[in-house]
Design a binder for this molecule. Structure first.
Ligand code: ADP
Ligand code: MG
Length: 344
């Protein structure tokens, strides 16, 4: 008798979910990525009980047509890539076609959407973890999408046990929202927790407003003690703000690095930045920064980890020396008393 069996899709999805969804904040991250990929201009996030009871993300993006709604919940179903060449040059935040299937397998999920301008064309797909069967029903909804996730991990008690306090989980969600809000100041974000508005970030489309977004996310103290930088070298372009050495932190909690609009964590990047600050920061202190690196998509592989937090640069050494030299020069140029950008 054979000992090897193909796993039931339900279990396969739950295993896959383990990689993508490890806490409520990861649901919010995936939902925000989907909303941004759909061209949303406005995103509203409602959280109850740190996200363990309810996560609702509503956008005014392209929406999903009725015919696509069931497929959207299937694993490896995506509208974002179709060939291996597409994968080589991904321009969207998502591309794995896994998030919704994973979330549905570990929660009670409702996806309501409408891809037309007539509110009555809206449609709602309900998926419940256990059997993953999807039911569709008409549901009025303006153009755009609402994702509602209730009782996260209700059917995976081991995961549910790892949830921390409501406050901690909400803190992680807030952090996810802050990151996305920094990368897209042209989109407005509202974050509510237990019906209270915690963060309200209106869309910004000029420089003054961009600084206001920066201040809304990073705080006035950072604004008063940072310098803006911008440098282009060949195909690499770096833009953003770095904290003055006087604004060093005891924790690495104000460090945002984006590659082509995607927030990432990368050893090579952290190392280059740390080196640039080495002469101006006391040992044990951490710099604060918000930096956006742009480079041709083909020069960076984003398909390294399911959460897409890691990337691999085709030419890591070039990126490292570009970052180091840009920041090193910027920090060396700072003269005492130089004024920081002001908030409009
Ligand atoms: P991926 O984002 O990797 O494609 P997901 O599982 O996150 O995979 O989503 C599956 C598909 O559902 C997406 O490719 C997209 O077509 C559609 N979709 C999901 N969320 C939204 C949204 N907020 N607005 C429009 N379409 C969406
Ligand atoms: Mg996605």
């Amino acid at each position: 008798m054979s000992r090897i069996r193909s796993l039931d899709p339900r279990i396969a999805n739950q295993i896959a979910a383990g990689e993508v969804v490890d806490r409520p904040a990861s649901v919010v991250k995936e939902a925000l990525e989907n909303s941004l990929d759909a061209g949303a201009r406005r995103i509203d996030i409602d959280i109850e009980a740190g996200g363990s009871q309810l996560i609702r993300v509503r956008d005014d993006g392209l929406g999903i047509g009725r015919d696509d709604l069931t497929l959207a919940l299937e694993r490896h179903a995506t509208s974002k890539i179709s060939t291996i060449e597409d994968l080589e040059a991904v321009a969207t935040l998502g591309f794995r076609g896994e998030a919704l299937a994973s979330i549905a397998s570990v929660s009670r999920m409702t996806l309501t959407s409408n891809a037309s301008d007539s509110v009555s064309d809206g449609c709602c797909a309900v998926a419940e973890g256990r059997d993953m069967s999807v039911t569709l029903r008409p549901a009025p909804h303006p153009r755009g999408t609402s994702l509602e996730v209730r009782d996260l991990f209700y059917n995976t008690p081991a995961r549910r046990k790892f949830l921390r306090t409501e406050k901690t989980e909400f803190g992680h969600i807030d952090e996810v929202v802050r990151r996305q809000a920094l990368s897209r100041s042209d989109v407005s974000f509202t974050l509510r927790h237990n019906n209270k508005v915690v963060r309200s970030l209106p869309a910004a489309d000029d420089d003054g407003l961009l600084l206001r977004r920066l201040s809304g996310v990073c705080g006035e103290a950072f604004m008063a003690q940072c310098v803006s930088i911008e440098r282009e070298a060949g195909a690499l372009m770096l833009q953003g703000w770095v904290g003055l050495p006087t604004f060093s932190r005891s924790q690495a909690d104000l460090q945002y690095f984006f590659v082509n609009g995607r927030v990432i964590r990368d050893k090579l990047v952290s190392h280059a930045i740390k080196q640039a600050y080495r002469d101006v920061l006391f040992h044990g202190r951490h710099p604060a920064y918000v930096l956006f690196l742009s480079l041709p998509p083909a020069r960076v592989d984003v398909n390294v980890h399911p959460t897409k937090h890691e990337v691999r640069f085709r030419d890591g050494r070039e990126v490292h020396s570009f970052l180091f030299s840009t920041l090193h020069r910027a920090l060396a140029d700072i003269r005492p008393g130089e004024s920081a950008p002001s908030v409009a």
